[in-house]
Design a protein around this ligand. Structure first.
Ligand code: HEM
Length: 340
C-alpha cells in the first residue's frame, strides 16, 4: 500500500471514461484527471487556497453514480441525461462566479488583497497555462473535495463525542488549560494534543474515505508480485486502519494514538503525490470547529441513535444516508448545564 501511494508511477486513478467525460473530470480539473502532465500543472493551485461554499449535491450524486458504470449505460440511460444536466447546471453557476471574479480582478487597485485560489487559476489561464474549462473544473472540484469530506467527518466526530463522555471531558479539560477564556488562535493548534488524537482516532475508526484508487502507469514488482502497466488498484485504507499496528484496532479509544503511529499504517488523507491536498487545512478547520462547538455545547445522541445504527452509504465515500431520520443529536448549551 505504502509503495503504491508513495511512488510517482501511480499518480493516476481509474474510472469509466465516458462517465468522467460526462461530469467533466476526464483530463480536466484534478481529482480524476488521468493526464499526469496536465494534473501536475493544476495540482499546485489546490495547495494554495481556500474553499467556496455552494450546493453541490446533484453534481456529487452524479459523480458517485456514474464513475464506475459500464459504457453501455452512457448510450441509452435517461439517467445519464439527468446527471449530465446536474453537471452542466453546476458548471454554469460556477462560470458566472468566475466571470464575476474576473471582472473584479480587472478593476482592483491592489492585487495582493484579492489573490485567492480562483484568482491564481484565472491568472494561469491568462498566461495560457490552463484553459477556461480547466479553471471551471478546478473550482468545482474544490467544492466537491472540501466541504463534504470535512462536514461528514465532523458529523461522525460529534456522534463519537456523544457516545464517549469521558473523551469529551478530557478534551474540555485540555481546551480550558490551553485557552482559558480566550478565542482559539493558530499558535494554540499544536498544543491541543487530546483534541488532535481524538480527530485522528475518529478518522481511523469511522473514516469518510476508506478506499483510494490508483492506476499503474508502468510495470512494477511489489514484494515479488508483478504489477502490469494499466492495472487498476484499490487500496483499502479503512481496513489498514483496523490492523494490529494499533493497541485496540477494533475499538474507539484514544489509547490508539497515545504512542506515535507509524505513518505508513495510518493515512486517512491518502498519501504521496496524489494524497489529499487539503489535509493541513482540514486538520486546522476540524480543530477550530470542535473547540468552538465543545466550548458552547455538550453533545448527546438521541436514545437508540448511535454510530452503530446510523444508516450509511459507501459510494466513493462513506457518508450517512441523509434521507433517514436517524441523524439527530442533542446540543445542550453549557451555560444551561452550569445553571442546573
Ligand atoms: C476530513 C477532511 C478530508 C478528508 C478525510 C479527505 C480525504 C481525502 C482522500 C482520502 C483523498 C484521496 C487521496 C489519495 O488518493 O491518496 C483526497 C483527495 C483530495 N482532497 Fe481531500 N480530504 C479532506 C478534506 C479536504 C479539503 C478541506 C480539501 C481542499 C481544501 C481537499 C481537497 C482534496 C483534493 C483536491 C483531492 C484530490 C487530489 C488529487 O487527486 O491530486 N480535501 N482527500
Amino acid at each position: 500500500m505504502f509503495h503504491i501511494m508513495k511512488h510517482g508511477h501511480y499518480i493516476s486513478r481509474f474510472g469509466s471514461k465516458p462517465g468522467l467525460k460526462c461530469i467533466g473530470m476526464h483530463e480536466n480539473g484534478i481529482i480524476f484527471n488521468n493526464n499526469p502532465a496536465l494534473w501536475k500543472e493544476i495540482r499546485p493551485f489546490f495547495t494554495k487556497e481556500n474553499a467556496i461554499v455552494l450546493k453541490i449535491q446533484n453534481y456529487f450524486d452524479a459523480w458517485q453514480a456514474l464513475l464506475l458504470k459500464p459504457d453501455i449505460f452512457f448510450k441509452f440511460s435517461w439517467l445519464y441525461k439527468k446527471y449530465e444536466k446536474s453537471a452542466r447546471d453546476l458548471k454554469e453557476a460556477i462560470e458566472i462566479l468566475i466571470e464575476q471574479k474576473r471582472q473584479k480582478l480587472s478593476i482592483v487597485e491592489k492585487l495582493d488583497d484579492n489573490m485567492d485560489f480562483a484568482s491564481q487559476l484565472i491568472f494561469a489561464q491568462s498566461r495560457g497555462e490552463l484553459t477556461g474549462e480547466n479553471v471551471n473544473q478546478c473550482v468545482l472540484e474544490m467544492l466537491i473535495a472540501a466541504p463534504d469530506t470535512l462536514s461528514v467527518t465532523v458529523f461522525f466526530m460529534l456522534v463519537l463525542i456523544a457516545e464517549h463522555p469521558q473523551v469529551e471531558k478530557a478534551m474540555m479539560k485540555e481546551i480550558q488549560n490551553v485557552l482559558s477564556d480566550r478565542e482559539i488562535q493558530s499558535d494554540d493548534m499544536p498544543k491541543l494534543k487530546v483534541v488532535e488524537n481524538f480527530i485522528l482516532e475518529s478518522m481511523r475508526y469511522q473514516p469518510v474515505v476508506d478506499l483510494v484508487m490508483r492506476k499503474a502507469l508502468q510495470d512494477d514488482v511489489i514484494d515479488g508480485y508483478p504489477v502490469k502497466k494499466g492495472t487498476n488498484i484499490i487500496l483499502n485504507i479503512g481496513r489498514m486502519h483496523r490492523l494490529e499496528f494499533f493497541p485496540k484496532p477494533n475499538e474507539f479509544s484514544l489509547e490508539n494514538f497515545e504512542k506515535s503511529v507509524p505513518y505508513r499504517y495510518f493515512q486517512p488523507f491518502g498519501f504521496g503525490p496524489r494524497g489529499c491536498v487539503g489535509k493541513f487545512i482540514a486538520m486546522v478547520m476540524m480543530k477550530a470547529i470542535l473547540v468552538t462547538l465543545l466550548r458552547r455545547c455538550s453533545i448527546r445522541t438521541v436514545k437508540g441513535k448511535g454510530l452503530n445504527n446510523i444508516p450509511t452509504n459507501n459510494d466513493l465515500s462513506l457518508h450517512p444516508n441523509e434521507n433517514q431520520p436517524l441523524l439527530e443529536m442533542i446540543f445542550i448549551p453549557r451555560c444551561n448545564m452550569e445553571k442546573s
